[in-house]
Design a protein around this ligand. Structure first.
Ligand code: UDP
Length: 308
């Protein structure tokens, strides 16, 4: 198949491109490098089936020919990005989704939206199931991401209902692995980089808030399975292995032999208290569940940060 991937120089999408190329597809990736990085394209650009176009997907799609599949993966994706790049975040989710859905309609391509567990906001039910409508602050600092993704889901469903575009929506939970930006502010790169520098890990708030971390190879396998499935409604893809940020900090310090301990920093506004995916739907409809355990994933991730 001929496949378009927006945000191809980003952390998750670059791994998705690797997987699609390994399966014999032709891949065209788009990125404007607002948060993506050229070094993430290094292995991809050596592949004959890969091509790259620098473009802002919320403004233009300067790519010729028909696509069979379109993955819309482009967006800033960390809480500090939302603060530094509020308009880029809003437009990637809104205008970017619109342009790519219009292209999917024209080409007769199947479209997959990278949505997020952030559509559940600070969730009032636990673990989060797909039919939970969420608890989102519509005007808070994270709203540029959360509401853009909620709009993108609504737009995708409208294109499915009214224009018969085949649409898939993946709700991605916290993901980690090689190619994360060391300074993107997310907890895993922050803790790994601090530990490798021998500094105390910055735990926000009391550290009792929870997240559930999925290794990136598991995530992109789930995403590609969803694309090729017949599931036309949103599907969680994530690892239900839940932990507090204090537990994570202790784990990373122990793993790296860092003796500098932790320091507490103020909790950012609207930081969700608990997050864990219910993956019953992904198990049943995609035959998918995570394969990489936490120790193995951390080991590969720390090795990557050490190599930078
Ligand atoms: N966090 C932390 N220290 C850091 C960065 C993040 O304790 O240096 C916490 C943050 O407050 C949140 C969790 O780790 O509760 C996950 O944050 P991240 O930015 O990775 O992603 P989120 O799940 O909030 O989008």
């Amino acid at each position: 198949m001929r496949i378009l991937v927006s945000g191809g120089a980003g952390f998750v999408p670059s791994h998705l491109c690797d997987l699609l190329l390994a399966r014999g597809h032709e891949v065209v990736a788009l990125d404007n490098f607002v948060t993506g990085h050229r070094r993430n394209l290094a292995t991809l650009e050596a592949h004959p089936g890969f091509s790259f176009v620098q473009a802002d997907v919320s403004r233009e799609l300067p790519v010729e020919g028909r696509f069979d599949r379109i993955y819309h993966m482009a967006s800033p994706a960390s809480p500090i990005d939302y603060v530094e790049l509020p308009f880029e975040t809003l437009y990637a989710g809104s205008d970017g989704t619109r342009l790519l859905l219009e292209r999917a309609r024209k080409d007769g391509a199947r479209f997959l939206l990278a949505s997020t567990s952030e559509v559940y906001g600070d969730p009032a039910i636990h673990p989060q199931v797909e039919d939970y409508w969420g608890n989102v602050n519509p005007i808070g600092v994270r709203s540029v991401y959360d509401e853009a993704k909620r709009y993108a889901e609504a737009l995708s469903m409208a294109f499915a209902r009214y224009h018969q575009v085949e649409v898939r929506i993946v709700r991605i939970f916290n993901t980690y692995g090689p190619r994360m930006r060391p300074n993107d502010g997310r907890v895993m790169p922050a803790f790994c980089s601090q530990a490798l520098r021998g500094e105390p890990l910055t735990v926000f708030g009391d550290g009792l808030q929870t997240r559930s971390f999925c290794y990136v190879s598991d995530l992109v396998e789930g995403i590609s399975r969803l694309m090729e499935s017949d599931l036309g409604t949103p599907c969680n893809v994530g690892n239900p292995h839940e932990m507090t940020m204090l537990q994570l900090a202790e784990y990373i310090n122990r793993f790296t032999g860092n003796t500098a301990g932790i320091v507490h920093r103020p909790l950012p506004k609207d930081d969700p208290t608990r997050r864990k995916p219910d993956i019953t739907l992904a198990r049943a409809r995609l035959g998918w569940e995570p394969q990489v355990d936490f120790e193995e994933g951390v080991s590969r991730t720390v090795a990557y940060f050490r190599s930078l």
